[in-house]
Ligand binder design. Structure first.
Ligand code: GLC
Length: 419
């Protein structure tokens, strides 16, 4: 008996990595489906470092609007099965105001917060309190077929008109090719794409004195350009009205499109032969065009890690978030997934720059990416915009009608709930 007990004790330690008194806590990590899968390696490392914490990954659909609605239902029911959650930049004000997220100022004290990009940090702050830590950031970019543009003697397009000329010229010889692909299904991604058209035509949705107003000549022109590209000029195929990020990525990496608007993750996947990409080594990347040279704009996207206010494991959850934010772990995550790190020092890291040289050239685009309206009512505003703009893209209502309806509905919303 005397010899057997210490022996079985040793076996227990070897197998579980922790003493019998230490219980294993399982926390859930909730995120949208990530086609890069780069988080799994970091989680494995975390579980090795903290043998008494297990992480169960719970993936929801990649569609940001669907994810939002799923989480709202679960939070409203005070569901305690969510611990760590990856939050889209646009949800934080809404979820924090509803009391669904734990304040994370204490966690921030253990991190070099001045190394984090200011835009995403601001997006994670609600009423001077940090409710999430920026995990990776996103900015809309233009991908193009470098080989084709070279063959036809074109530089990167600076204006929408340049893009149109390039598409028309190349398609004359290659009519089976799609010109420009983007995401215009009725979901959150549509708003990201549309805002880039609006800003790059000098428009906006708030006027200078902070009043909501979309029905302006600039915004009307921006959306009309998008509609003409789709419906009359044959620059953008009509299929985009049902495309999200992944559908459009696949068409581009199959070699069936000259241009693609998408987020930074596409670089790594389109250049990786293991994904079945037909365009490895032939992908160029640039800021999106503008109506005039230099008037380009990118929508600020990105995902941030927060903790549910109903979690039973806030301490273990803090450990996981802290782990993801470590320089080396964020570096590994970015190297494997091509995601834009939120720590600025990583943009000078030689390994990162070797793998993603555009991180240096496009840094200005990333830090100047523009936020969608920051208000706890953003999701409702987005729904209003999605419905009306999508109807205009389908040709069911005019652009002016769509913008007037958006303004009337958003103003009614503000009147009812405040800004
Ligand atoms: C990306 C962005 C996110 C945006 C979503 C729209 O995931 O990071 O901010 O809402 O795309 O599809």
């Amino acid at each position: 008996m005397k010899t057997i007990f210490p022996y079985s004790f040793l076996i227990l330690i070897l197998f579980t990595g922790c003493s019998p008194e230490e219980e294993i806590t399982t926390i859930t990590f909730n995120l949208g489906r990530d086609p890069t899968g780069a988080h799994y390696a970091i989680i494995e490392l975390f579980e090795e470092t903290y043998p008494n914490i297990k992480v169960q990954v719970v993936e929801s659909p990649q569609d940001a609007s669907l994810q939002h609605d799923l989480y709202v239902t679960r939070f409203a029911g005070k569901d305690n099965s969510i611990d760590v959650i990856a939050l889209d930049v646009i949800w934080i004000a809404e979820f924090a105001r509803a009391g669904w997220l734990l304040p994370l100022d204490d966690l921030a004290l253990t991190l070099p917060m001045d190394d984090f990009l200011p835009g995403p940090v601001e997006a994670c702050t609600y009423r001077d309190t940090l409710f999430a830590i920026p995990w990776f950031t996103d900015a809309g970019l233009l991908y193009y077929r470098r080989d084709l543009l070279n063959e036809y003697g074109f530089d990167e397009p600076e204006t929408w008109n340049d893009l149109q000329i390039i598409v028309d010229t190349i398609r004359r010889d290659n009519p089976q090719m799609n010109g420009f692909i983007l995401q215009a299904e009725q979901y959150e991604g549509l708003i990201c794409n549309v805002m880039e058209f609006i800003w790059s035509h000098g428009g906006s949705v708030w006027d200078e004195s902070g009043h909501w107003r979309t029905a302006t000549p600039e915004t009307e022109k921006a959306i009309q350009t998008l509609i003409d590209f789709i419906r009359t000029d044959d620059i953008i195929p009509r299929g985009v009205l049902t495309y999200q990020e992944e559908e459009s990525r696949h068409i581009f990496q199959d070699g069936r499109a000259i241009f693609l608007r998408n987020w930074p993750y596409v670089w790594e996947l389109a250049n990786n032969p293991a994904t079945g990409s037909n365009v490895v080594g032939n992908v160029g990347i640039a800021p999106l065009p503008g109506e005039k040279p230099g008037l380009h704009a990118a929508t600020l996207g990105g995902w941030n890690l927060g903790i549910s206010a109903f979690s039973d494991h806030p301490d273990e959850s803090r450990k996981l978030i802290r782990f993801f934010m470590d320089y080396h772990h964020m570096k590994q995550f970015s190297l494997e997934g091509g995601r834009l790190p939120t720590r600025m020092s990583l943009y000078k890291d030689p390994d990162i720059l070797q793998r993603s040289p555009h991180f240096e050239d496009l840094f200005e685009v990333f830090i100047n990416a523009r936020p969608r309206p920051v208000t706890p009512h953003y999701s409702q505003i987005s729904d209003i915009m999605q419905v009306n703009i999508h109807r205009a893209l389908l040709g069911r209502i005019s652009v002016r009608e769509a913008l007037e309806r958006i303004d009337a509905e958003v103003l009614a919303l503000f009147e009812r709930y405040g800004k």
